[in-house]
Design a binder for this molecule. Structure first.
Ligand SMILES: *Cc1c(COP(=O)(O)O)cnc(C)c1O
Length: 457
């Protein structure tokens, strides 16, 4: 049966009537319906009016290989014909899940050679919380239960992942912050650095972890969790001094180090994983988004030999999801990883498109009166909007300047996301230089229009 075709107005009315959107103020839809996306190919999406839009966000930071890739479509089709579903509970396994574990063990750094599959990044982080607390119990340190995250960290939207993250609005909704979660400052030099050099600020931001561990007592702290670059917090890339110092502190107090690779993994920073860009070796790594380039839901937790050994001693691991290691999702993830290798995408990002993106974007917007800072690494960018460039003064909250800018972007045929008073971009890794030029040109035009709206010249 062919899908029903409707006009944009009709789609929007039906949507408003029956669907609550994630992270969206329902009031928004009183005046304006959703963007209804019907097709996509390469780095472009097409909406229900036939308009072609450059997707500068790769969906939600996930469509790393771009849209419409036949290899992934074929892999799903073939696997569904062979075995559409079987579970991996108890003593069962399927070839795609076995093969994906093997292939992942070849690309994950160090001795992160063991995997647990989930359906989402949130579930991967929930799994880590349960796994690590269990790990410490088995190790004979049952008080090591507290997780330390960071302000503006994002680790997902389940109850536990919300608590692990540092988003005040999420904690506030229904008092969602569980006990056993603590947060330290985020390493954003531009906003928090004061008179310190970038290198000094990186060490200061890391020192906050040691201070927090000592305040709580190292015997009570299970793990520290951070994204190599904070994504949903506004693309906050830390100073080079930050991560090695965080790692040193974790090792000193035997606190497990968790690098949340849900955005940075699978090539976004020009490496398979973001931790490689910062020279650290985590004990556990959640991965999701780029694992299947978003073609099907799948996520995983990678964990080290030490964690594996203890879990082996720990007896029954009472945890799992019906669709853990779903064979079709695993087959698509395998095809996705193969495509990344065959097209040499990570090297291309590292050597060519990421440096070109960074230089083109920075040259085009750094001097713009509305722009305080251009930040990020690889194919991940954040543009800080400011009312006054010299004093780094932000706008009054209710001006919603970034939302204005995002709407201009959409009118100009570009998807960028508004986060607080920043604009962020995370295009597919397949983006070409010509498409980067198009992205930057449309971003500049949108910034100019926003500046005119808010009277910043
Ligand atoms: C998106 C995201 C998650 C949550 O993943 P879901 O699949 O949406 O549950 C976790 N961590 C980071 C860093 C993310 O960006």
């Amino acid at each position: 049966m062919a899908a029903v075709e409707r006009g944009t107005d009709e789609w929007q009315k039906l949507d408003v009537a029956h669907h609550l959107h994630p992270f969206t103020d329902p009031k928004y839809f009183d005046t304006k319906g959703p963007l209804v996306v019907t097709h996509a190919d390469g780095v472009y999406i097409t909406d229900s009016s036939g308009r072609k839009i450059l997707d500068g966000m790769a969906g939600l930071w996930c469509v790393n290989v771009g849209y419409g890739r036949q290899e992934l479509i074929d892999a799903a089709h073939a696997q569904m014909q062979k075995l559409a579903y079987y579970n991996v509970f108890f003593q069962s396994a399927t070839p795609p899940q076995i093969e994906l574990s093997r292939v992942l063990s070849e690309i994950t750094p160090g001795d992160l050679n063991h995997f647990f599959f989930t359906n989402s990044g949130s579930e991967a982080n929930d799994t880590i919380i349960r796994m690590v607390r269990h790990f410490w119990e088995v190790e004979g340190q049952p008080d090591k239960q507290i997780f330390i995250g960071r302000n503006l960290g994002y680790h997902g939207s389940t109850l536990a992942a919300t608590s692990l993250g540092g988003m005040a609005a999420m904690h506030g909704m229904g008092k969602s912050l569980l006990p056993g979660f603590e947060h330290i400052m985020h390493p954003h030099w531009y906003a928090e650095g004061g008179d310190l050099s970038e290198a000094e600020f990186g060490l200061k931001a890391a020192q906050a972890l040691e201070d927090k561990i000592l305040e709580l007592g190292p015997e009570n702290v299970a793990a520290f969790v951070g994204e190599p670059i904070q994504g949903a917090g506004g693309v906050i890339d830390p100073p080079a001094t930050y991560w090695p110092e965080i790692q040193r502190i974790c090792r000193k107090y035997d606190v497990l180090l968790v690098a949340d690779e849900v955005i940075c993994g699978f090539g976004r920073l020009g490496h398979w994983f973001g931790c490689e860009a910062y020279g650290i070796q985590p004990d556990l790594m959640p991965m999701a988004k780029g694992l299947s380039s978003g073609y099907l839901p799948i996520a995983a937790v990678a964990y080290s030999g030490r964690v594996h050994k203890t879990l082996q001693e720990g007896g029954l691991f009472s945890h799992g999801y019906t669709y853990s290691g779903h064979p079709v999702s695993c087959a698509v993830a395998l095809a996705n990883i193969q495509l990344i290798k065959d097209e040499n995408l990570i090297q291309t990002v590292h050597d060519d498109t990421a440096p070109y993106f960074r230089k083109t974007l920075t040259d085009a917007v750094a001097d713009h009166p509305l722009v305080g800072e251009v930040r990020g690494a690889g194919l991940l960018a954040g543009i800080q909007l400011v009312k006054d460039k010299a004093t780094k003064t932000l706008f009054e909250e209710d001006l919603a300047v970034a939302v204005k800018c995002r709407d201009h972007c959409l009118n100009n045929g570009l998807i960028m996301r508004a986060v607080g008073q920043s604009m962020v971009a995370s295009p597919p890794l397949t983006i070409t230089r010509a498409q980067i030029d198009e992205l930057v040109e449309k971003a500049v035009k949108s910034l100019d229009q926003t500046a005119a709206d808010v009277g910043v010249m």
